[in-house]
Design a protein around this ligand. Structure first.
Ligand code: C2E
Ligand code: MG
Ligand code: MG
Ligand code: MG
Length: 287
C-alpha cells in the first residue's frame, strides 16, 4: 500500500541519516587523535601544456585512508579538519612534505597547492605558507596556490590580503573550480588571479550539453581578455583534449592525461618527461 511504501521511505531515509552520522563521528574521532594528520599522504597530478604535452606542474592532492572506512576524499575530510581546528597542523605537514617533493623536480616544474578556505580567511596565513615552504627550501616562485571562490566568502578582506602577500612573494594565484558554484565575475576584478582553473563540469559538458561549447568558448575568451592563463580540469578523453587545444586553452590535467601519482612516481615523471607522455598515450589508447 501507499502507506506502507511511505513508511519504508522514511525508514530508509533515517537509516541513511544514521549511517551518515556514524561515518562522520568515526572520521571526527580519528582526526581528533593526535598524530592522525601525519597519516595523510599526498598524491601529485601532472598538469601539462596542452600544445606540446610538456609537463609544467603537479597539483598536490591529500590522500587519507581511515582504518575502517577506507579511503576518504579530501572533499569530505578537509572541511572536518577545519571545523576541528586541526587544519593548521595538517597544512603545516602537507605543505612541508609537498615542498620537499617539489625540490626533487626540475626547477621549471611548479607545485600547485590547494589552500584551505578557512585558513585563507585567517590573519597571518600567507606568512605561514611562506615560512613553511622557505623552511623546506622551496622558492615561492615555484608555488601556485589554488583557491575556490567559496574560500573568499567568509572574510573577503583578509583572504584578499593573504593572496596579495603570496603574490608579492612571487607565488601564482589560481582560481580553482571556475564554472562551478556562482562563478562571480566580480572576483575576477577584485583579485588579481594569474590563472583560472576551468571546472570539470565545463570540460565534460562540452560534448554532451548543447550549451557546453559556447560556454567554454566564452569563459576562455573572458580569461584571455583578463590576461589570465587557463588550466582545464578533468580532461578524460582525447576528444576533449583536442577541442581544448583548438579553443586555445593552454594547460590541462585529468585522468585521461595522467592520474594523481605517488611522490616517488612524480620524481620519475618530472625527471624524464617521456614517461608521462607514454602514460598519456596509453591512457588515450585505452579511452
Ligand atoms: P580540486 O582542487 O578541484 O582537485 C581536483 C580533483 O579532481 C581531485 O579530487 C582529483 O583527483 C580529481 N580529478 C582529477 N582528474 C580528474 C578527472 O579526469 N575526472 C574526475 N572526475 N576527477 C578528476 P580529490 O583529490 O578528491 O580532491 C577533491 C578536493 O579536495 C580538491 O578539489 C580540493 O578542493 C580539495 N583538496 C585536495 N587536497 C587538498 C589539500 O591538500 N588541502 C586542501 N585545503 N584541500 C585539498
Ligand atoms: Mg585544486
Ligand atoms: Mg579544481
Ligand atoms: Mg574540482
Amino acid at each position: 500500500t501507499a502507506k506502507g511504501m511511505g513508511r519504508g521511505v522514511v525508514e530508509s531515509f533515517s537509516l541513511a541519516m544514521r549511517q551518515d552520522i556514524q561515518r562522520r563521528t568515526a572520521i571526527e574521532q580519528a582526526l581528533r587523535q593526535p598524530g592522525t594528520v601525519n597519516d595523510v599522504e599526498l598524491a601529485f597530478q601532472p598538469i601539462f601544456h596542452l600544445e606540446t604535452l610538456e609537463l609544467r606542474a603537479f597539483e598536490a592532492l591529500a590522500r587519507w585512508k581511515h582504518s575502517e572506512l577506507g579511503w576518504i576524499s579530501p572533499a569530505e575530510f578537509i572541511p572536518i579538519t577545519e571545523q576541528l581546528n586541526v587544519i593548521e597542523q595538517l597544512t603545516e605537514t602537507l605543505l612541508g612534505k609537498a615542498a620537499e617533493v617539489a625540490l626533487q623536480w626540475p626547477a621549471s616544474i611548479r607545485l600547485s597547492f590547494n589552500l584551505s578556505p578557512v585558513e585563507l580567511c585567517t590573519d597571518g596565513y600567507a606568512a605561514r605558507v611562506l615560512r613553511i615552504i622557505r623552511e623546506a627550501g622551496l622558492s615561492p616562485q615555484r608555488l601556485q596556490v589554488e583557491v575556490t571562490e567559496t574560500a573568499l566568502f567568509s572574510d573577503f578582506k583578509t583572504a584578499r590580503k593573504n593572496l596579495a602577500q603570496l603574490s608579492q612573494a612571487g607565488a601564482r594565484i589560481a582560481l580553482d573550480d571556475f564554472g562551478a558554484g556562482y562563478s562571480s565575475i566580480n572576483y575576477l576584478r577584485e583579485i588579481n588571479f594569474d590563472t583560472v582553473k576551468l571546472d570539470g563540469s565545463l570540460v565534460s559538458s562540452v560534448h554532451s550539453a548543447h550549451s557546453g561549447l559556447p560556454l567554454l568558448r566564452g569563459v576562455l575568451a573572458l580569461c584571455k581578455a583578463m590576461g589570465q592563463q587557463c588550466i582545464a580540469e578533468h580532461i578524460e578523453t582525447e576528444a576533449q583534449l583536442m577541442l581544448l587545444r583548438q579553443l586555445g586553452c593552454r594547460y590541462g590535467q585529468g585522468f585521461g592525461m595522467a592520474e594523481p601519482v605517488s611522490a616517488e612516481r612524480s620524481k620519475e615523471i618530472a625527471q624524464s618527461k617521456i614517461i608521462a607522455l607514454e602514460d598519456f598515450a596509453t591512457a588515450l589508447r585505452a579511452s
